[in-house]
Design a binder for this molecule. Structure first.
Ligand code: NAP
Length: 214
């Protein structure tokens, strides 16, 4: 697949390396390609461009920017470059304020997630929440004694979710499909839960697993 990744941070790089490892082509989008020069030189199959270059290139688009600027990055990517495409959304609506006893503050409410805002602003893009509640170091083929961890996903478009399910399979995750875009109200705060252990115990290696009755 051709994958356009909006972002130049740790998540963008971790997912880009995963796509390359599994034989896909990636273009990372940034406001400043100079910051990706060394990384691209070290990763064959990766290129850097503008947000619009990355979105235009991708059959699948990955959103991996700071939550507070997600709308800006998508505007820069261009609605036409996103239309009809799966947009795998790893962002979290983390507010500027510091955490309280390890609990992050969000700028959204439990009645409206960030992904719902993005989906209504870009109705022709097919958003799927994924990869928002695990550390970037364990996004691609993480190894746990208990087996595959669970990737909670949601989104309105079944075909886009099937594409993301395929990516999760390749990246070594079990998928739990939580339904439509509103489920992001529950999936985004999993990031808060995940980060508590980090902030309070300096434990950043865990992942969630959903257990079913046999
Ligand atoms: N870090 C993790 O392990 C982790 C895990 C799960 C989910 N997440 C979520 O994934 C997302 C990315 O996290 P990250 O840690 O990789 O990076 P980050 O520091 O949260 O975001 C960096 C990206 O945000 C973009 N950005 C910043 N200000 C911007 C603006 N005004 N307009 C447009 N773009 C702007 C930057 O673009 P430029 O390239 O142009 O500077 C850069 O690509 C976040 O939403 C985070 O909550 C993070």
């Amino acid at each position: 697949m051709k994958v356009g990744i909006l972002g130049s941070g740790d998540v963008a790089k971790a997912l880009a390396a995963g796509f390359i490892k599994h034989g896909h082509q990636v273009v990372l989008g940034t406001r400043d390609t100079a910051k990706l020069k060394d990384w691209v030189a070290q990763h064959q199959g990766a290129q850097a461009g503008s947000f619009a270059d990355a979105a235009g290139f991708g059959e699948v688009v990955v959103l991996a920017v700071k939550g507070a600027v997600a709308l800006d990055a998508l505007k820069a990517a261009g609605a036409a470059n996103l239309a009809g495409k799966p947009v795998m959304d790893a962002t979290n609506p983390i507010a500027q304020a510091p955490p309280t006893n390890g609990v992050l503050k969000f700028f959204t409410s439990l009645d409206q997630s960030l992904m719902e805002r993005l989906q209504s602003a870009f109705p022709d893009a097919r958003f799927v929440k994924a990869f928002n509640s695990v550390g970037n170091a364990r996004m691609v083929n993480p190894q746990y004694k208990a087996g595959k961890p669970t990737m909670f996903i949601c989104g309105n478009d079944d075909k886009a979710k099937a594409t993301v399910r395929g990516i999760c399979d390749q990246f070594g995750w079990d998928v739990a499909d939580m339904g439509k875009v509103e489920a992001a109200r529950a999936i985004e705060p999993l990031c808060m839960l995940w980060c508590i252990l980090g902030f309070t115990q300096n434990e950043w290696t865990h992942a969630f697993k959903l257990l079913h009755k046999e």
